[in-house]
Design a protein around this ligand. Structure first.
Ligand SMILES: [Zn+2]
Length: 225
């Protein structure tokens, strides 16, 4: 089950202030217009890097978005998002919390992608994780989300997939409150939604993989930036 590889990593524990529950859109929004991105040395062929760059930049394809991902070769302290490829799963620091991760040898985002990964998996992973890099939280956790979770079913499935209960709470079940985020109304087409099985919910809610930016995803970023 590959829905289990997406996560928002918390800032370093040593920070002591921010936890996954505190990594919220309102505190994750960048205060700059150009987010510099670089791949860790040796990660990805030029062709794979180009594919990733192309999908990431779809986030600011519209004229009215005041932020952009600018890719560069050199890893130095001007880089905001450091991308590793391969590894154990897809994850990203949330928005400007990436600044908490200052070790230039370490990624702020991992994409479990290779040259052989299918185009639709590359697109989904890149759009979702770069959404996190812009500060977006999971859509299934925003205030007012309509999902009535069957908590036991979710926990049983995800524990079988290797997650801890605290990870399941942080990534799936625990909703943000209205004053923690300002993400607007729930969007069932958002790229920031996990696929949700019917057996995970008590009210029939279910959704397959969303693989493209929804109109509301685009509108949300234009509004934020
Ligand atoms: Zn995610």
């Amino acid at each position: 089950m590959s829905w289990c590889v997406m996560r928002v990593t918390p800032p370093p524990a040593a920070n002591g202030i921010l936890t996954p529950r505190a990594t919220l859109l309102t505190s994750a929004r960048w205060d700059i217009g150009v987010i510099r991105v670089a791949f860790l040395p040796g990660h990805g062929s030029p062709a794979l890097r180009d594919r990733i760059k192309g999908y990431a930049q779809l986030w600011h394809g519209a004229d009215n978005v005041g932020v952009e991902f600018r890719f560069q070769e050199q890893i130095d302290d001007t880089v905001h998002v450091r991308v590793a490829l391969g590894g154990t799963g897809d994850w990203s620091e949330l928005g400007r919390h990436a600044r908490n991760n200052r070790n230039l040898a370490l990624p702020t985002m991992n994409l479990k992608l290779t040259e052989r990964t299918t185009a639709k998996k590359v697109m989904r992973s890149v759009l979702h994780e770069f959404g996190h890099a812009l500060g977006l939280v999971h859509e299934h956790q925003i205030p007012g989300e309509p999902i009535q979770w069957d908590r036991e079913a979710v926990i049983a499935d995800l524990r079988a997939a290797g997650w801890s209960v605290s990870e399941i709470e942080a990534q799936v079940l625990a909703p943000y409150t209205a004053d923690e985020s300002n993400t607007g109304t729930f969007d069932p087409n958002s790229i920031m939604l996990y696929p949700i099985k019917r057996s995970w919910t008590l009210n029939g809610f279910h959704v397959d993989w969303n693989r493209t930016l929804s109109d509301q995803d685009k509108a949300r970023i234009a509004e934020l930036y």
